[in-house]
Design a protein around this ligand. Sequence first.
Ligand code: GLN
Length: 489
Amino acid sequence: ASTLGPKATDSLWRQAIIRKNDSINAIVHVASEDASEALANGPLQKVAIAVKDNICTKSMPTTCSSAMLKDFRSPYDATVVRLLKEAGADLVGKTNLDEFGMGSLNTYSIHGPVVNPFQLPNEDSSWESREQRSAGGSSGGSAAAVAADMCYAALGTDTGGSIRLPASYCGVTGFKPSYGLISRYGVVSFADSLDCVGVIAKTTKRVRAVAEVIMVPDARDPTSASHALRSNASSHSPRLSATRLDGLRVGVPAEYFPSELATSVITPTRRVLSAFQSLGATIVSVSLPSTPYALSAYYVIACAEASSNLARYDGVEYGLNVTVQRTRSGDTAMRSYAATRTQGFGPEVRKRILLGTYALRADAFDNYFQQALRVRQLVRDDFNKTFRSPDVRFMVSPPAPAADQHGVDIIVHPTAIQPAPLIDDNTKQGLDAYVQDVLTVPASLAGLPALSIRSESSIRDSHEWPIGVTIVGQWGSDDMVLRVGEMVD
Ligand code: GLN
């Protein structure tokens, strides 16, 4: 543990966090020192970890950046929080997010926006005095806290890109594991079939140190993958040597370079590919033809699931309790639900509940929800045709003994279509904000592991804001994806 970086040992260190946080707004609740319940002697002993504020913690509030839960305190810890504590980690605070995880810029939050703390090398003026850029969302607080050295690592959640996008904008490493490898017990649901907990840190090595502690089966999460499925998947992933990538086949999909892509993203992506090549990997071009439809399918599915999940915030079972005057008409309950939801949810959340409810209506179901599920299957099929190894979750019989020599082991693509946008850029609203997710949603729909690393060249060559490059693997090949990342970041 001594090599694991900053440690939260004294109050001076905590004061430093609070001071930095004044201008970054990454942490919405700093844990008090005496609240630390970490156990000694674990693999993460005294390692400072921040937790996204949609993950339940007994000792700190869990607001989801929503007025609806502004006074909520969970009576229990999420499984991931319990595992971190058992490993000795020091939970330093809860991080800012877009309300309930809905957003790409971390601007939809009752706590206010997160300011991207990335510092250009040799930059004279500090980031406090220059134009404010978005830290990305929805795990913007987690990425910014890591980038500003307020913690060693942070937990985030990723439904359609919420770990990878902020990692890319803030110049850090973000890992969304295969769906089902990290428990969601105690994680506030946004869209259950897509939600994943993941880790953000400055390097893949650090990400791995934390991920290994929490990537375990959990009987409390019915979607958690069993030991047997995990080991079956890893027996199909390629074996890599400790220092080289010989034999690794890397696919570059043409569809991940859409017209919206900023040209400044291309060279940094190429640099990462050259690094793989110089380590012995073979680069091939591949095609994932359903990619252009993934974004619309994602927003239909995510909104539909959200509309169902968020129905629990009615002010009775959960959430803000708004009292309304009784009237003779006897509709007090309905008016109280309406008042709770109007005052408790921000505009983006309300919009998504309405869109999702619409997509699930009997007369729209076939054209929207069913159609989105069909696209989701096409996206999965694309990946399965491209990867050399099978998706063991859906494998009926063992694959043919001769592995498909034309398949690839990983897919590499730019994480985001551009570097961090300005916070007050009013053009990045509505559909323009949704376009930020165009490259991250396919791996979410297919439930695949995806690791975004910072391309060093983006900073060295162009003195630009950081650019992230993503490595995607077949379901369950998380260990291999992390090993590949470790060799280049
Ligand atoms: N930006 C996407 C959305 O708003 C993804 C969010 C997420 O992954 N939580 O839905």
